[in-house]
Design a protein around this ligand. Structure first.
Ligand SMILES: N[C@@H](CCC(=O)N[C@@H](CS)C(=O)NCC(=O)O)C(=O)O
Length: 213
């Protein structure tokens, strides 16, 4: 199995799929394609028909899009989603909400793992709405389903993988959160797979000026 990813520093979608691949316990090879190079599009299209990364190749089968990759891997490893039906439905809802929404957050706070706690010069009402919705959503999941483990549904699940880049953004941009959400961010940042990705990102040197807001 091979996972094609983009820059670890900036590619939040690659991180989500990579976390799913690590959680699947399936051995996999990684291939990195740097974004914004003259040959980026051609190189991505060799693997991913959408022209976007991440893309998983398994025995000649291409699976692209972070959520589809996570679902594909979870077929073999069902515990990547919560096992309780109601918890699983909520985990899928919040994962889909992340995958299709939070446009202001995505545009105004791009993931940038070189950034350490520097607030944005200027926020916007749309960004504030996204942040408060995420805070409320996390608090709801943690209250209803969090248990002895610190993640949204107790055990580390695809829902946490979908929100891990958001936790990293909140850290990078110094966003102030309430108690439960703050503790959740700390737990995600300390997860060994997240730590491993961030350490590898520190070794990357290619800067993309558009993402250096
Ligand atoms: N919905 C897709 C989004 C994938 C996406 O936008 N990937 C970006 C990198 S983070 C990409 O490949 N961009 C191609 C480019 O900039 O040339 C997913 O969940 O995987």
């Amino acid at each position: 199995m091979k996972l094609i990813i983009a820059n670890r520093t900036y590619s939040s979608w690659s991180l989500r799929a990579w976390l799913a691949a690590r959680a699947s316990k399936h051995p996999f090879e990684e291939q990195l394609i740097l974004l914004r190079q003259p040959d980026t599009r051609a190189r991505i299209l060799q693997w991913s028909p959408s022209g976007k990364l991440p893309c998983l190749i398994d025995n000649g089968l291409a699976v692209w899009d972070s959520l589809a990759i996570a679902e594909y891997l979870a077929e073999e490893q069902p515990a990547m989603w919560p096992l309780d039906g109601a918890a699983r439905a909520l985990a899928r809802s919040v994962s889909a909400e992340m995958h299709s929404g939070f446009q202001a957050l995505r545009n105004q706070m791009p993931m940038n793992l070189h950034r350490e706690g520097q607030p944005l010069a200027r926020s916007s009402p749309e960004l504030e709405v996204d942040i408060r919705r995420i805070e409320a959503l996390w608090t709801d999941c943690l209250t209803r389903f969090g248990g002895h483990e610190p993640y949204l549904f107790g055990a580390w699940s695809i829902a946490d993988m979908m929100f891990a880049p958001v936790c990293l953004r909140f850290h990078s941009y110094g966003v102030t959160l309430s108690g439960a959400a703050r503790d959740y961010v700390a737990a995600v940042l300390a997860h060994p797979h997240v730590v491993e990705w961030c350490e590898a990102a520190q070794a990357e040197s290619s800067l993309i000026p558009d993402y250096e807001v």
